[in-house]
Design a protein around this ligand. Structure first.
Ligand code: HEM
Length: 259
């Protein structure tokens, strides 16, 4: 039987935090650990969303609801973790920022995979990864695959809801477009199918949770680097602000003014 350390590869894990600054600067360790923890959570969320897709395809609404609940709890932890990074002052960050060179969360391929799974299909994301690299291949695969929303619409159709054929056979490489027919079906769900309506509400939680993370990330960026450019080469907070308030599942929000 493997020991705790053997099973969890603790020796290897603890070898992976390697500050680059001279000294090294005290806060660089926090910066590395936080980012690594985020990448692990991204990995877990992707794992859960792949599972969620299979559960929806099999019509297992109850277990789908459970899995979505787990994702939402992880998302809360991900938002909460920003509090820890916000204990780092602008000067503390500056003490090692130049060591990041062009490194930035911008380049997180798991984040781009996650966006694609959730329906934010943006082929421009590929430009940051060399052709043939494993990161690029992973994102390409996600861009070509149906989103979690597509899985949900098929689930609703299988449960007897009238989802327009055009939405069920849409080009899944594109962003999800608002659909009047889907909104009609969703309104029917809220009026007649409490279990499915509950699942819809969890999708709204997911959408809101992602937007909350983006908002908190921008605020953290503003308090840490103000209006400076990002290490990834973007306009920094100005760029990040353009990603706010962009719901993934627009129809779920629109129906609120149509009830
Ligand atoms: C002091 C801490 C941080 C600062 C100053 C910061 C700054 C920035 C900036 C300026 C950008 C815009 C792209 C660019 O670099 O030009 C960005 C993007 C991003 N950051 Fe951070 N970040 C911080 C921490 C984090 C953490 C802990 C994560 C978690 C993984 C993260 C994930 C991301 C992601 C995923 C993007 C891409 C967002 C998008 O394109 O929609 N960042 N960050």
């Amino acid at each position: 039987m493997p020991t705790y350390s053997e099973y969890l590869k603790i020796d290897e894990l603890l070898e992976l935090q390697r500050p680059l600054s001279d000294g090294p600067e005290h806060d660089e360790m926090l910066f590395i650990v936080i980012h690594q923890v985020y990448e692990l959570w991204f990995k877990q969320v992707i794992h859960e969303l792949d599972h969620l897709e299979r559960l929806l395809a099999r019509g297992e609404a109850h277990r789908a609801r459970h899995t979505l609940g787990r994702v939402l709890n992880i998302l809360k932890v991900m938002v909460g973790q920003l509090d820890i990074l916000e204990t780092m002052t602008p000067l503390e960050f500056l003490s090692f920022r130049d060591r990041l060179a062009s490194g930035s969360g911008f380049q997180s391929y798991q984040f781009r995979e996650l966006e694609a799974i959730l329906g934010n299909k943006n082929p421009k994301a590929l430009e940051r990864y060399p052709a043939g690299s494993s990161a690029r291949t992973r994102i390409e695969k996600r861009l070509a695959a149906p989103t979690i929303w597509d899985a949900f619409l098929h689930h609703l159709a299988a449960a007897g809801l009238e989802i327009p054929k055009a939405d069920l056979t849409r080009d899944v490489t594109k962003r999800i477009e608002p659909s009047e027919g889907v909104r009609k079906a969703l309104i029917a769900v809220y009026h007649t199918k409490p279990d499915l309506a509950d699942l819809c509400e969890r999708f709204v939680d997911l959408d809101e949770g992602v937007m909350e993370w983006r908002y908190r990330h921008v605020k953290m960026v503003q308090r840490t680097i103000g209006t400076k450019m990002g290490t990834g080469g973007s306009a920094g907070a100005e760029y990040l602000k353009t990603t706010l308030d962009q719901p993934l599942f627009q129809d779920l929000w629109t129906i609120r003014s149509e009830f």
